[in-house]
Design a protein around this ligand. Sequence first.
Ligand code: NAD
Length: 329
Amino acid sequence: MKILMYAVLEPEKKYIKQWSEENGVEVKCVDERLNKDTVKWAKGFDGIDFQQTQPLEPEVYQALHEYGIKQLTARMVGYDMIDFDLAKKYDLIVTNVPAYSPRAIAEMGLTQALRLVRKLGYYDQRMDKLDFRWAGLESTEIYNLTVGIIGAGHIGGATAQLYSALGAKVIATDPIHRVELSPYLEYTDQDTLLKTADIVTVHTPLNDSTTNLFNAATFKKMKSTAYLINMARGGIVNANDLIAALQAKEIAGAALDTLADEGQFFEKQATADEIPEDYKALRAMPNVLISPHSAFYTDTAMKNMVAMGLDDVVAIVNGKRPQFEVYGK
Ligand code: NAD
């Protein structure tokens, strides 16, 4: 069996090689994404696997069908780049990787929250100046805090378990109330969460209800001692309103793993002129932590992302039901 993987990132390669050796399946990797020009490379392969946010053109579906390929496997959570009507027309089963490691993102969010709570940005600033005085560095302890989770799904649920294990009180908002999370959190409404949480941690998708969810009005509802943790999508937080809220001391700090305009420097070495002004202003603040959309980036997550996608390609090629089917014939 031969599988072609599109849009392969350097960090994935060792896990692809490992999976290929363990499963005795030949896997070819290309850097380019799947589109009407690159789909011809799939001729002669038994299956394909890709990750990208750009929609697939109609020619892609037709060509894959002509080459005898039976699936479209996105090794990522989202699959909105796939047109299900075309997938159905051309007999393509769609699979994704819905949760490659919620713990990876949950642990990163917790780590950043602990850094903020312990004011480590200010510690670093002082140590750079050989300033060993303590004034202004008094902190609090995590079990004294209320943590508010907005979006308690896979990642938010894992986040609730971590904070709960540390003794914090955990409250959450989510239109879906999951009974299995009841040992770790209590559901509340969004306003109560914003007004009472010491750490507000966001784990929703970017959708109509969450775009710009954190704006000037939202920050005014939060405690002046509260921290915002956004490990989800940049568009959930209005960066200029966040800067204003931090300058006015309406909230105490923030950790952002994603930014609305990150597309042009996502997993790239950026130049200073590519970085938006709001991003530079945030980066300069000792109470703001920015990471390169890498909260998911652990060995477990990478291994799962690769293996869960490829396992499903093999299942479909062998005529078996895949584990993560989002659309079946
Ligand atoms: P999930 O679907 O399991 O959970 C999302 C939850 O958000 C759902 O329970 C949903 O009901 C809830 N929700 C939707 N709109 C809401 C709203 N307005 N208020 C409150 N809750 C709302 O998804 P997940 O696997 O936990 O991932 C969550 C998000 O994390 C993803 O959509 C993605 O944007 C982000 N993510 C980030 C990284 C990273 O590396 N930083 C990696 C993977 C995912």
